[in-house]
Every structure is written in C-alpha cells, then in structure tokens.
Ligand binder design. Sequence first.
Ligand code: ATP
Ligand code: MG
Length: 283
Amino acid sequence: MLRIAIQKSGRLSEKSNALLKECGIQVENGNKKLKAQARNFPLEVMYLRDDDIPQYVADGVVDVGILGENGILEKEKAVEVIQPLGFAKCRLSLAVSKEVNYTGIQYFEGRKIATSYPKILKRHLDKLGVNAEVEEISGSVEIAPSIGLADGVFDIVSTGSTLMTNGLKEVETLMRSQAVMIATPNLSEERQLILEKLLFRIKAVKSADQNKYILLNAPNSAVEEICNILPGMKSPTILPLAREGWSSIHSVVKEDEFWEVIDNLQGYGAEGILVVPIEKMII
Ligand code: ATP
Ligand code: MG
C-alpha cells in the first residue's frame, strides 16, 4: 500500500483529486474523511493542509504528496521532487502600492515586506543583496500595505487581480511554481513499485494533455511533405480516401506546436483538418 497526501481543501485539492481519477484510481471520500482507501489501486489517500505535507513526507508518515513547489521550498524538508504536475501554476512576486514610484529592487532596502513565505523571500533578498525586514503573516497578505503593516508584500500571483483590487502593483517576480509530486527519501521496494505504476499513469495522463490527435485529408502529392511535419509517435498513419488521388493522414501533434503545424499543413493543401483530444497516451 502506498500512502499519498493531498490538500484537503484549497487551490490544489480539486486538481489533485482529478489527477487520481484520470489515472483510473477510484477514491471514495463521501464525508470528507481524513483518510480514504482507493477501491482499485493499492493507494491510501490522506487529506491534509498543504503546509503539513512536506513534514509528513519527510518523516515517512506518508510516502508521497502533491503540493506547490513554493510550499516545498518554504518548508526546507528532506523530500524529493519526483514529478512536475503542470497545474497550480503561479508566480511569487513582490508588490507595492500602485502610488509608489518604483525604480528597482533597492526600493526595498530598509523597508518592511509582509509575506507567508519568509524563507523563500529571505533567500532571494540575500541573493539580491537587499536588506529588508520580513514580516511573516499567515493570510490576507495583500492588505498589509494599506493598514500600514508593511511597505510591500511578497505573495502568490496568478492573474494579478487580487493585487489590483487591493491597490497594489507587481514589481518583481522572484520565482515560479507549479504543483509537483514529492516522495520520502527511503521508500520500501514494495512501495517503490506501486509508485512507479502511479507515475506511469500520471505520465500517460500528462502526455495526453500535451498532445492532440490530428486527422486530415491531403492530395497524394503532398503526403510526403506532410508526414515530415507530422512525425507522430512512430510515424503517421496513411489511409487511402475513396476519392482517387487523396489520402487521410492521422497523427499526433504537440499542443504548443499546434498552430504552427496547422499553418504549414494548409500551405501543403491539407483539408478537412480535425483535431481531437487524447485521453491517455502511453509512449
Ligand atoms: P491550506 O489550507 O491547505 O494551508 P493554503 O491556503 O495555504 O491552503 P491555497 O491558497 O489553497 O493554500 O494554495 C495552495 C497552493 O496552490 C499554493 O501554495 C500555490 O502553490 C498554489 N496557488 C495558490 N494560489 C494560486 C493561484 N491563484 N493560481 C495558481 N496556483 C495557486
Ligand atoms: Mg497552506
């Protein structure tokens, strides 16, 4: 049995649960219990506050956990990051009142910054050679400047709208973060095997998210060029169309190369291009 810790409720919980589900793992947690066992996979899920997950994983109370990279860097525990998960993407930034005439990081010299991430902030300030006072507060950091608690804040930003509503502007991004899976350093062989199975499924789900299945019709004269720009997993599938001189080409294309590929395909006379999501992809 592998024990995994995920956030009980918050920004990470929905996507963490969804990931397990997409991996085909059924966990029933009707009454929001602290612990639940998967029905069809040797996995026990513990629902915790994200702040506690690094400690639990480092102590081996749970084997693996899902949380934001920022949470791990703040706690400085002995855990291993084993897999980026691509959700809960955010940045950790310094912000000041929008009235401030900000000219550079030296603005913070001798000033006070409120944050829930004092360790990450101090490390960055040291590296940047800035001496600032770091005021640790556990929530609602963004109101600190308006109530006179601090000159600036260091906090999580995704769209920047929270900062804006509080009269703040983002002035420096110090790090970027996403959800990752962490593991305890000394996993037993039995649990290591279960973890490998889980990671195999996670990778299949993630690859599927990053790729699309593409189908198109093309004149036979263009098939070779099109195959060159659509390499697929091994090579594209080519099927003859009922109409003489035309073929249907099927392949897989990376999400981030997608629009460029489409432009090129049209240039070669491709028609009837269909793009379909992939549910799982085993490479
Ligand atoms: P808990 O009650 O478990 O301690 P929390 O209030 O500390 O929760 P959340 O706000 O749920 O934490 O955020 C958890 C993690 O999600 C953060 O550490 C960060 O990695 C990520 N995160 C937070 N806010 C955002 C956002 N707006 N966009 C994307 N990711 C975010
Ligand atoms: Mg927390």
